[in-house]
Design a protein around this ligand. Structure first.
Ligand code: TYD
Length: 227
């Protein structure tokens, strides 16, 4: 299962809440994220998201996203699936199609081809796409990452940050870039209607959570017995 959406739509919070409910229902759940999820992948993440990384070409950026993903599948995702566990991943190949395919204008075809070659075309059973107003969600993501960066600058005891380094490189893109990413997500969702559930993330976190539980139950019937 994967979570997708623009930066700042509340994916990580919602992913954590869903994983808790699934565990209470008796499932073994692996929570993970991209880019990252492995030691090598987290190194690639640092390179990709650090705002000091300059002049990375769009194809190189896409290749690094896939390098991290191929490692993540080999080391974490496929072994967990083979053990019968539920994998809940914060971002997956739809992010590459939306951000690199649409945002960087590399096109869907290249992304889908690399996904077939490097990821064995592995598809989530369900993708939750959190849809929000790009201006609002981006504002949230920027404030959060700047606060995290300030804590890093202030030393190691400045509170727990979600991000362990300066992760502002994507947030520095302009409105037009995120409008393209948003359009990309909508196009992917209308192509993949069976797999992708679009959830309106503009309400409160608990309202969004309730909608996600309904979607998960409807699609995967994983929650019977949980109130
Ligand atoms: P993430 O940590 O999920 O950001 P946020 O919590 O702000 O939503 O993802 C980091 C950034 O990486 C995000 O701006 C989107 C970008 N990204 C891509 O451009 N392509 C990809 O394939 C992935 C997985 C992420």
């Amino acid at each position: 299962m994967t979570f997708e959406g623009l930066d700042g739509t509340g994916k990580s919070t919602q992913l954590r809440k869903l994983a808790e409910v699934l565990r209470r229902a008796g499932h073994k759940v692996v929570e993970t994220r991209e880019p990252g999820g492995t030691v090598t992948g987290e190194k690639i993440r640092r390179l990709l998201l650090d705002s000091k990384t300059e002049g990375l070409s769009p194809p190189a950026e896409m290749a690094l996203m896939f390098a991290a993903r191929a490692q993540h599948i080999a080391e974490v995702i496929q072994p967990a699936l083979d053990r019968g566990q539920i994998v809940v991943c914060d971002r997956f190949s739809d992010s590459t199609e939306a951000y690199q395919g649409y945002g960087r204008r590399l096109g869907s075809e290249k992304v889908l081809t690399l996904h077939r070659i490097l990821c064995g075309n592995l598809q989530p059973d369900l993708t939750i796409l959190l849809d929000s107003n790009p201006a609002i969600s981006l504002g949230r993501a920027r404030r959060r990452n700047q606060a995290a960066t300030a804590r890093i600058a202030g030393g190691p005891n400045q509170g727990a940050a979600k991000h362990s380094s300066d992760e502002n490189r994507f947030e520095q893109q302009n409105r037009v870039f995120f409008a393209r990413v948003h359009e990309g997500y909508r196009a992917i969702a209308s192509r993949e209607r069976q797999r992708i559930m679009v959830i309106d993330a503009r309400g409160t976190p608990s309202e969004t959570h309730r909608q996600i539980l309904e979607a998960v139950e409807r699609k995967l019937k994983l929650l019977s017995g949980v109130s």
